[in-house]
Design a protein around this ligand. Sequence first.
Ligand code: GN1
Ligand code: MG
Length: 368
Amino acid sequence: MTGSEREQTQRALNAFLPEGVVVSCERFGNGHINDTYLVECAEGYPRYVLQRINQGVFHNLDALNGNVEKITAFLRKKIIAQGGDPDRETLNLIPAKDGRKNYVDGDGQCWRLVLYIEDSVCYEQVEKPEDFYLSGKAFGYFQRMLADYPAETLVETIPHFHDTPSRLTALWHAVSEDRYGYAGQVPVELEFVKAREKECHTAMDMLAKGELPLRVTHNDTKLNNIMFDARTGDALCVLDLDTIMPGLSIFDFGDAIRFGANTALEDEKDVSKVFLSLELYEMFTKGFLEGCQGSLTDEEIHMLPMGAKLMTMECGIRFLTDYLEGSVYFHTDYSEHNLVRARTQFALAADMERKWKAMTDIVEKYRV
Ligand code: GN1
Ligand code: MG
C-alpha cells in the first residue's frame, strides 16, 4: 500500500471509528472494481471491511448507496423473521459518526464500512463440488428472498449492465477507435465474437417480447461473492450488492457457471486448461433450482444454459473491450491481463458449445 493510500484509508476510518482503535488496515480480497481493505481493531472491537467505491464505474453514488441500504435492511428483516443471524447472513453497514451509512472525503472519494463476518471463508475456485452446490442454492434462495422486493424502489446502478447487445456495440466502438493500436493483435477473438453476434441478442430479445420476466437480480454471482461458514461449511452470506438491479434470472445462473464451473481461473494464461466442468455445472444447477423453489417459469428454466453461455460471451466481450481501451475499467496486474481474461471466457464459451446437449439435459433433469 502506498503512503497516500494509507493516509486516505486512515482518514476514512476516522470518519467511522473512534480515534486510536484501528490496529491495521490492509488490502483484502480479489474484486476487480472497488478497493477493499480488512480492518483489525483493538480488543473489544470487531473486525471490519472498508471499501472505497469505484466512481469510474458507479456514477450515481446516492443511487448506489440507497440501493445497498434498502436491500440490506430488507434482507435483515427477513433473516430475523426466519430465525437467522442477521449479523452473519447479510452485510451490515456501519454508520459513520455523522449517522450516514457512507462517508465522502474531501477528495470526493466515497467509503463504506461493513462488519467482517468472522469464521467465514471465500473461494476463488471450487474446492469441493458440494460447495458449489451450496453456492447455487444460496444464489437461488437469494433470488427468491428478493422476489417480493419492490423493484421500482431500486435505481439501476449501472444502466445496461447485462445488456449483451450494448456490450457488443461497445466492443465494435473500441475496435473502430483502436486508441492503442491493439485491435490488430486480436483477430481470432474478434472473429469468435462476430460468429456469435446474433446469438448475443437472444435473451434481451426475449425480455423485450415478455418471454423472460424482469426480476430483482444480483448480477454478479461469482463464487467469490459468497461467504461460507468456516465451521459448518454452509453458504452464509451473499456479498457485493452494488449491482442488484432489475435483471434476468438466467444471467444470475449464468454468471455463476461462468466463474465457478470453469476448470481454470478467470485469468489462466494457458487456455488449454479451460473447460466447463459438467460435474460442477450439474451441482450448481441442482442447487440453484432448489434455492429458487419453483419460482422460475418454464421458459426461464429452459434458457438457463443460454444464460451461462451469454454471460461467458458477455464477460469476454467486456474484458476485450477494456483491453482495447487501455484497461480503464477492471483492475489489472499487467498490461495483457484483460486479454488473458477475455481468452479464458471465449475458450469456456467454445467448450459450452461442445457440451450443449449435456448442459440442456442436466437442466431438464432438475426441473421442478
Ligand atoms: C467485476 O467487483 P467484482 O470483481 O466482484 C464486475 C463483474 C464481472 C467481474 C468479472 C460492477 O466484479 O460484472 O463479471 O468483475 N463488476 C462490475 O470477474 O462491473
Ligand atoms: Mg466481488
